[in-house]
Design a protein around this ligand. Structure first.
Ligand code: SF4
Ligand code: SF4
Length: 374
């Protein structure tokens, strides 16, 4: 990336930048700073490689739902060069006379090789999907074109200025690493709540950062767009991470979704749904995990700032919390009946919350207990 220091937006200090990223949706943020960002992106020609391992592609679909810039704008107008993306790229490894085409324009394996060898600069590596380690550390349970996905991740990460793990699978292992998995899947730098993962606890990218974890199943398109914008604008080094490597701007350690839930008024009044479809009630008794889920869903909203899970009548399932889905399941069971939840004493929370809700006052008790991650 070229030097972009003359850009006005770069004069923002760390606090202001984080505040902006936290308080604005991507559409507003990117719209407000459109001129700077477009100019920065045009100058930067940022190379992005997006790898997909053990995943359902849902995070790519979420990314495709971004509104401004949408993916087409990002690729074609804003000079973000997505050099490799298994779902979006044009290259197919086309055969001519029985042989693979020998140019990176048509052959995806050659295109990727150019980034892995450093022939082309790799500014941002995005990882989607868990990374198989088995059998016996070979990584052969997940291959792309016959190559272990694990090796692709390691080789790209060795050359990347920034590495962003996008979605629960790539961050902490997610569903592919859940109880019963036989493929030794893991996240890029974590396995569930333990640091390590495929790249190891001590890994740092070329810019000196660990893997930036953007969890969620799927992750919100704003979270990746704003993270990419920060990196492209030269603010990547200012991304403040929590102990699970999540940007605190989107996953505030001192705040949970419960704080700003649209159904919070029902909770405070002790009006708790006991069956699905009781729309004008709180979803606590139906298993809502939002009181100890750290994300800005209730402020940022989903589907183009339209709604969110609890607003649509579905209890939060804690899909951004390390250890998901094992640590927050069964999803639709009251919290005190769930055996383990990451960093939280269930019995304490359940008693405080149920007590508070039952009498209709003092609901902040649960907030005080649950909002702080251990
Ligand atoms: S995190 Fe969830 S939505 Fe994203 S790829 Fe994994 S399973 Fe799919
Ligand atoms: S328990 Fe869930 S549904 Fe009820 S107010 Fe909190 S976040 Fe909203």
């Amino acid at each position: 990336m070229k030097n972009l220091k003359h850009m006005d937006i770069l004069k923002l200090d760390r606090r202001s930048f984080l505040k902006l990223a936290a308080s604005m949706g991507a559409a507003t943020f990117l719209g407000t700073y459109k001129a700077d960002i477009v100019r920065a992106l045009e100058l930067s020609g940022t190379n992005v490689v997006w790898l997909e391992g053990a995943d359902c592609c849902g995070c790519t679909e979420s990314f495709l739902n971004a509104t401004y810039p949408d993916v087409i704008q990002a690729i074609t107008k804003l000079s973000v060069h997505i050099g490799y993306h298994e779902t979006l790229m044009m290259q197919q490894g086309v055969f001519v006379d029985g042989r693979l085409v020998g140019t990176s324009e048509l052959n995806s394996e050659l295109a990727l090789e150019e980034y892995m060898t450093g022939e082309k600069p790799l500014d941002v590596l995005v990882i989607e999907g868990a990374i198989a380690d088995g059998p016996e550390g070979s990584g052969m349970y997940t291959t792309v074109g016959g190559n272990p996905f694990k090796e692709m991740v390691q080789r790209c990460a060795a050359k990347a200025s920034y590495v962003v793990a996008f979605g629960m699978c790539a961050t902490y292992g997610g569903i592919p690493a859940a109880r019963g998995s036989v493929t030794d899947n893991m996240g890029a730098q974590f396995l569930q709540t333990t640091k390590g993962g495929t790249l190891g606890a001590d890994y740092t990218s070329g810019a000196g950062l660990p893997v930036v974890n953007i969890p969620g199943c799927p992750a919100h398109p704003d979270w990746i767009m704003l993270t990419l914008a920060a990196i492209i604008l030269g603010k990547g080094g200012l991304i403040e991470l929590d102990r699970y490597n999540r940007p605190t701007a989107f996953f505030p350690p001192d705040n949970t979704i419960h704080e700003n839930c649209p159904k919070r008024g029902f909770y405070d009044l002790g009006q708790l749904a006991t069956d699905f479809g009781e729309y004008e009630k709180c979803l606590w008794k139906l298993g809502c995990k939002a009181p100890y889920t750290h994300a800005d869903c209730a402020i940022r909203k989903w589907n183009n700032q339209l709604n969110m899970c609890t607003q649509a009548g579905s209890p939060c399932i804690g899909c951004v919390q390390p250890g998901f889905p094992d640590s927050t399941s069964p999803f639709y069971v009251e919290m005190e009946k769930v055996p383990t939840l990451v960093g939280v004493d269930i019995n304490t929370i359940a008693k405080a919350a149920i007590g508070a809700a039952a009498i209709g006052v003092g609901a902040h008790a649960v907030r005080r207990i649950a909002m702080k991650e251990e």
